[in-house]
Write a protein that binds this ligand. Structure first.
Ligand code: DAH
Length: 353
């Protein structure tokens, strides 16, 4: 009995896998197993013998059964360990690329415009979208009774009852950044100021919020000729083809003289092409900065002069990328964003003219 016990315990602990272990189980406890056969021999024994041997056999069978179960569990654990090791994942590997958002055309074009003007020495200036009445109008030589105040369809902020100060406004253009940049940096100066502007206007071609970029260069002998060169250089780089400009006399309170600028285009077959043909498309307002505006910015108009211009960014995006409807820009329709959006790695295209 003791031999049987030792032999089988040794075989159980030595079993290398489930199959070997099953073989040991059958050899000991199977129908024709050694222990089972011994159990059968009990019938031929005397009652006293049967009692002691039967008890010992039962104990042996239980012990082997317990050892078999324990070994089985151990082999299963080992197999799982083995599998976990084989199927190990390196979670530090770079993930598979999954395209998610897109760069909005307004962001893309803002980057492009900024890059082109940066090449010409213009730095980006910023101002708040909630602006004081003074910066948005007075400092730009737009007097309280000036019709431009009405034309701008201004959104006014709330003032407490009895507070008679003029309310702040949502800036109606990026021009107030001219004043802030002059105050911050003095002259000479070359800046552009892209950003959001607001007007109470909503139809096919207008949205209550849209984007402009302001440009300003002040020096001792900056002239209209510099303005024309800078703008032609800009449009040519932006559209990637030589673009001529046409200046038409106009009026803005903050410039004297003032000019509206058209770019050359053709309309063949209903298809708009910039930089060819003999059509013209109005794209911006500009001029030589009014002495009062320089003064409001703390700059001496007897010593310094400069040009300024303001242009719609959304409009530029529509022209360059053939986007038909302005309102769709701000509807956040995923299909539109996927179609007209840009990949994160698409660098702004800045072609030399
Ligand atoms: N601020 C004008 C507008 O929103 C655009 C503009 C015209 C800006 C002439 C200028 C400028 O700097 O010189 O309509």
């Amino acid at each position: 009995m003791q031999d049987l016990r030792e032999t089988y315990l040794a075989r159980i602990s030595g079993a290398a896998d489930q199959a070997a272990l099953e073989e040991v189980r059958l050899a000991a406890l199977g129908k024709k197993g050694e222990i089972s056969l011994k159990m059968r021999e009990l019938g031929q024994m005397s009652p006293e013998e049967r009692q002691t041997v039967g008890k010992a056999l039962n104990e042996l069978r239980n012990e082997l059964d317990t050892a078999l179960r324990a070994k089985k569990a151990a082999l299963e654990d080992a197999a799982l360990d083995e599998r976990l090791k084989a199927e190990w994942l390196d979670v530090t590997l770079p993930a598979r690329h999954r395209a998610r958002g897109t760069i909005h055309p307004v962001s893309q074009v803002t980057e492009e415009v900024t890059a082109i003007f940066a090449d010409m020495g213009f730095r980006v200036a910023e101002g708040p979208q909630i602006e004081t009445d003074w910066y948005n109008f007075d400092a730009l030589n737009i007097a309280p009774e000036h019709p431009a105040r009405q034309e701008h369809d201004t959104f006014f902020m709330h003032r407490a009852e009895g507070d008679d100060r003029p309310p702040h406004v949502l800036r109606t253009h990026t021009s107030p950044v001219q004043i802030r940049a002059m105050q911050d940096q003095g002259a000479p100066i070359r800046v552009i100021a892209p950003g959001r502007v607001y007007r109470m206007d909503m139809d096919l071609t207008h949205t209550p919020m849209f984007h402009q970029v302001e440009g300003m260069a002040i020096g001792e002998d900056i002239s209209m000729a510099n303005l024309k060169w800078v703008l032609e250089e800009f449009f040519t780089a932006f559209f990637g083809t030589k673009v001529r400009t046409r200046f038409r006399a106009s009026h803005f309170p903050f410039t004297e003289p003032s000019a509206e600028v058209d770019i050359q285009c053709s309309w063949e077959g209903g298809q708009l092409r910039v930089g060819e043909g003999d059509g013209w498309l109005e794209v911006l307002g500009s001029g030589m900065m009014h002495p009062k505006v320089l003064q409001a910015g703390g700059i001496d108009p007897d010593k310094w002069q400069g040009f300024a211009f303001g242009m719609g960014i959304d409009r530029m995006a529509m022209l360059k990328y053939g986007i038909p409807d302005l309102r769709a820009f701000f509807e956040s329709d995923l299909r539109w964003l996927r179609h007209y959006g840009f990949g994160a790695l698409e660098a702004p295209s800045v072609h030399a003219g």
